[in-house]
Every structure is written in C-alpha cells, then in structure tokens.
Write a protein that binds this ligand. Structure first.
Ligand code: PEP
Length: 335
C-alpha cells in the first residue's frame, strides 16, 4: 500500500528512507499542529519545497506532505529534526589557542550567552592546560567539555600523552580524534585513530572522529574513496553500539581555516555517502542514529543552511569558536 497519497513519487532524503511517512497517516500532523510549526509553504503546485519546522522534538521525517490550501495542492518536503535520535551537536575546537585565563573568560561568556539553549549539544574543546579550570566553570551548565586528543593507552610510561582517566576526572565527555591537522602534522594513521577511539569508548569518552579529503583528492574525484577508507579504518574494531555513539565529523581539509566552505549541497552529498557506508558497516538502524558534524569554515552566516541539510547533524568549528559572538551566532542560527 503506498504510504504517500497523491500522484507524486515519494521523494525522501537519503537518511530518512526508512523513516518516511505521511504525517496524516501517523501522528505527524497533530505534532505539527501542536507545535505550531513554522511551515512556510508556497501554494504553487510545483513538485515540492523544503521547509523547516521548529519546535518538534521527537521527529525527523522526510516526507511528502500534500497540503490542500484554497484548492491548491502544494507538495512539501518536510524535514523534521528527530532530535531524540540525532540532536544537533556543535563543538568548538580551540586548537592550540587560548591561555588558561583566556579560555576561562571565553567560556564564562558562552555560559551566559547560551544558558537557554536546549536544542543543541554544545561542546567546547580547549587546550589541555585549560581543561581543569574550564571544567569547574561548565559544571552545572549546558556546555559540555571536550579534549583535542587522547592517548591510545591508559596510564604508564608514555611521555607527553594524556590518559583517559585524566580526562574523566575533569568531567571531559568528548574527545576529538583524527583531526586532519593531527593526521598531517603528527602523521596519525587510521589504525591509530581506531585504537584511540576504542580507548575512548572503553573509558566512557565519546570520540569525535574526523575524516575529510584534501583539495587534490577532491579534484581527482576520489573524495568518496578517501572518506570511506578513513571511515572504515578509523572505526575498525568498534562494536556497533560504539559506532552508534561515536560522533563523526566530515571536514574537507581544503575548507579548514581557509574561509572556503563546502556548499551545503557538497557537504550533504558526502554526509549522505558517509551514512551509506555506515549502513553497509552496521545496518540502517545504527547508521540512522550516528551524528555527523560538518567542519570547515563554519560561521554564523553559513551555519543555518549547512545544518538544515538532512544528514548534517551539527558542526565542528575552529576559527569562529575562538570568540564568543562567532560561536554563539552559529548555535543560535542552527536552532
Ligand atoms: C577545524 O579545525 O576543525 C575547523 C573546522 O576549523 P575552521 O572552522 O577554522 O575551518
């Protein structure tokens, strides 16, 4: 029995093929009414428009929604964020910036500015030297703490390394792994990233695993091959449950710190591909729950369009996270 009434072939976003439904047939319509969602629909009869619905917490459904208004039929593709399964996550990677006192000042601003934000998981990742003081400040706030690296071992004779227990004691929840700068400058391999990711999971830390192609690789049309290799290699050995709770970050190297952002279509294409690879690795149900951030010159002005894409579940932000207004704008524009 067709789930979509009307003459159109159902068109669903890649991530939502199994979640597709006709709201009227389920509860979507009442959800929409209840939340008085912000649907801006033209009354044209052209195939469909994408709309953004706000305030719907538990649904992320791609569907065709025949809307009957004054006799006109508008087919609207509605994308609801199924926040329960894939809540947006925006993380600031402060890299090797900010002394302890500068980090403290920045996080105090963020705590104040973002106090009311519930729709997005907000994470800050200061340098190791600032983790302790920032940790005390974010306690009890809606900001979560992340680190920028983790050893592949536990305690021991590993000079310069940071063991998971050291991060856990500071209430660190996330750890960025496989960032392109570490892949490039520290020569971190996919295998090492996978060991670190396993170490993170074994110690109740959530890895944010980064993948992304260089400009030369994109120009050689091997983006998918590069991203798939990194993805499979960096997640090797993780259980399905561990993959499900891992956050992925697609960061095209050519867009990091360059001011060049991937267009929302370019980013969505790779995110959808990543989800397809996840399906082949662990099945549809797991793949659907993995959050995939986009990273690469995200700022307030482009965040909304990027984060509205069906497979983009947040942002990993470098430069724009170094001052409060830039980071706050990104988060507020993504809600
Ligand atoms: C990053 O380094 O993870 C990053 C995305 O940086 P930027 O936002 O500055 O491009």
């Amino acid at each position: 029995m067709p789930r979509f009434p009307g003459p159109e072939t159902p068109i669903v976003s890649s991530r939502t093929a199994n979640e597709s439904c006709w709201p009227g047939a389920l509860t979507g319509r009442s959800v929409i009414r209840k939340h008085q969602c912000n649907v801006r629909a033209s009354r044209r009869s052209a195939p469909f428009r994408r709309c953004r619905l706000k305030s719907v917490k538990d649904w992320r459904v791609g569907c065709l929604f025949p809307l009957y208004a004054n006799g006109a039929v508008a087919n609207i593709q509605i994308l609801l964020r199924m926040d329960k399964e894939r809540k947006l996550i925006v993380a600031g990677n402060w890299k090797s910036n900010k002394t302890n006192s500068e980090a403290v000042a920045l996080v105090m601003d963020l705590i104040r500015e973002l106090a009311a934000v519930k729709e997005v998981d907000v994470v800050v990742c200061p340098a190791f030297t600032a983790l302790s003081d920032v940790s005390k400040l974010v306690l009890g706030s809606n900001i979560r703490l992340g680190a920028q690296n983790l050893s592949d071992s536990v305690y021991g004779a590993f000079t310069g390394e940071i063991a998971p227990g050291m991060l856990r004691e500071l209430s660190v929840r996330y750890v960025i792994l496989g960032h392109s700068e570490r892949r490039q400058f520290q020569k971190e391999s996919d295998a090492l990233v996978a060991k670190k990711a396993a170490n993170a999971h074994a110690n109740n830390l959530i890895p944010i695993v980064c993948v992304g192609e260089t400009l030369a690789e994109r120009e050689a049309n091997i983006t998918e091959m590069v991203v798939e290799t990194q993805l499979r290699g960096s997640l090797a050995g993780l259980t399905a449950e561990q993959v499900e709770s891992t956050v992925l970050a697609y960061e095209p190297v050519w867009a990091i710190g360059t001011g060049k952002t991937a267009s929302s279509a370019q980013a969505q294409e790779v995110h959808a591909f990543i989800r397809k690879v996840l399906v082949s690795m662990h099945g549809e149900a797991i793949a659907r729950r993995v959050r995939i951030q986009y990273g690469g010159s995200v700022k307030g002005s482009n965040a909304r369009e990027l984060l509205q894409q069906p497979d983009i579940d947040g942002a990993l932000v470098g430069g724009a996270s170094l001052e409060s207004k830039g980071f706050v704008d990104i988060i507020k524009n993504s809600i």
